[in-house]
Write a protein that binds this ligand. Structure first.
Ligand code: FPP
Length: 258
C-alpha cells in the first residue's frame, strides 16, 4: 500500500510480564484527526453513476481508512457523516444515507469491535429515527471498553447547535444555583460539548477541495491545522492520509505565540 509512513516505531517492551500489543503502534506526531468526507456525489457524477451511489463508495473509503488509522496507532478519528444542514437534501437522499448508516453499522460492527475500535456517535440525536438511535446507543455501549482507535461519527452534528445546547444546559444549571458565572471557564464549556471527553483534533482534513469548515468542530478545531485536498472522498486513500500526517509533522504550530 504505497510508501510507508515516515514515523518511528517505539522500542519493543523488554519486560516479559507486559503483554505484547496485538498491533504495531507507531509514534505519530498527533492523536486526533477530524475529517470532512466531501465529494461523494461529484465522484459519482464524474463516472456518470447514480449520484447517491457515491455515498456507498464513500463507505468503502471510510472502511479502508479506519483499518489503516487503527493499524498505525492513531488514537482518535472523527468523521462528519451527516450535518445538521444535510436535512435540506432531498428526502430520498436523507433516507438513503440513514439506511446506509444502519446497514454499515449492522455489517461492520463485529469487525470494528474485533479491532478494538471504540465507537461514538456525536450530534443531536433527538431527531434521529428511533431504531437507528437505538443501534447507535447499543454500539456505543458494547464498544465502550475497547482500547483501540476511538472513532467518532458525527451525525446530525453542527457546531452552532452543539455550543447552543451546551450554553442552555449551563444556563439551566446556573439558574438552579448549581453553577456561578465565575465557574464558567473554557474547560467547563468544553465538557458540555458532544466531544467533552476527547482531546481536540490537531488536524482537520477536508476532501473535495472546498475551503470552509461547514459548521464542523468549530470550537474543537480552534488550533487545528487545516489540510484541504481536491481528492474526492471515495478516492482518498490511506496513502493520502499518511501524506497529510507527514505534512502536519512539517508544520510549525505556534498557538498564537511567536
Ligand atoms: C459529502 O459528500 C458526504 C456526505 C454528506 C455523507 C458522508 C457519508 C459517507 C461517507 C458514508 C459513510 C459514512 C458512514 C458513517 C457509514 P457530498 O454528498 O456532499 O458530495 P458532493 O460534495 O460531491 O456533493
Amino acid at each position: 500500500m504505497g510508501r510507508p509512513l515516515k514515523v518511528s516505531k517505539p522500542e519493543p517492551a523488554t519486560n516479559n510480564s507486559e503483554p505484547v500489543p496485538a498491533k504495531t503502534t507507531m509514534t505519530l506526531p498527533l492523536k486526533h484527526v477530524a475529517i470532512i468526507m466531501d465529494g461523494n456525489r461529484r465522484w459519482a457524477d464524474q463516472r456518470k453513476l447514480p449520484r447517491l451511489s457515491g455515498h456507498k463508495e464513500g463507505v468503502k473509503s471510510l472502511k479502508r481508512l479506519v483499518r489503516h488509522a487503527g493499524s498505525i496507532g492513531l488514537e482518535y478519528l472523527t468523521v462528519y457523516a451527516f450535518s445538521s444542514e444535510n436535512w435540506q437534501r432531498s428526502r430520498e437522499e436523507v433516507r438513503y444515507l440513514f439506511e446506509l448508516f444502519s446497514n454499515v453499522l449492522r455489517d461492520e460492527f463485529d469487525e470494528l469491535s474485533e479491532n478494538r475500535v471504540r465507537l461514538r456517535f456525536i450530534g443531536d440525536m433527538s431527531t434521529i429515527p428511533a431504531r437507528l438511535k437505538k443501534s447507535f446507543e447499543r454500539s456505543m455501549e458494547e464498544s465502550k471498553h475497547n482500547t483501540g482507535l476511538n472513532l467518532q461519527v458525527a451525525i446530525n452534528y453542527g457546531s452552532r447547535l452543539e455550543i447552543t445546547q451546551a450554553a442552555k444546559r449551563i444556563a439551566a444549571e446556573a439558574a438552579a444555583g448549581l453553577l456561578a458565572p465565575a465557574d464558567i471557564t473554557e474547560e467547563l464549556l468544553n465538557s458540555y460539548l458532544f466531544t467533552g471527553e476527547i482531546p481536540d483534533p490537531e488536524m482537520m482534513i477536508r476532501t473535495g477541495g472546498e475551503m470552509r469548515l461547514s459548521n464542523y468542530l468549530l470550537w474543537q478545531a480552534a488550533y487545528s491545522e487545516l489540510y484541504i485536498t481536491p481528492i474526492l472522498w471515495p478516492d482518498f486513500t490511506p496513502e493520502n492520509f499518511d501524506e497529510a500526517i507527514e505534512e502536519y509533522a512539517q508544520r510549525n504550530r505556534r498557538y498564537g505565540g511567536d
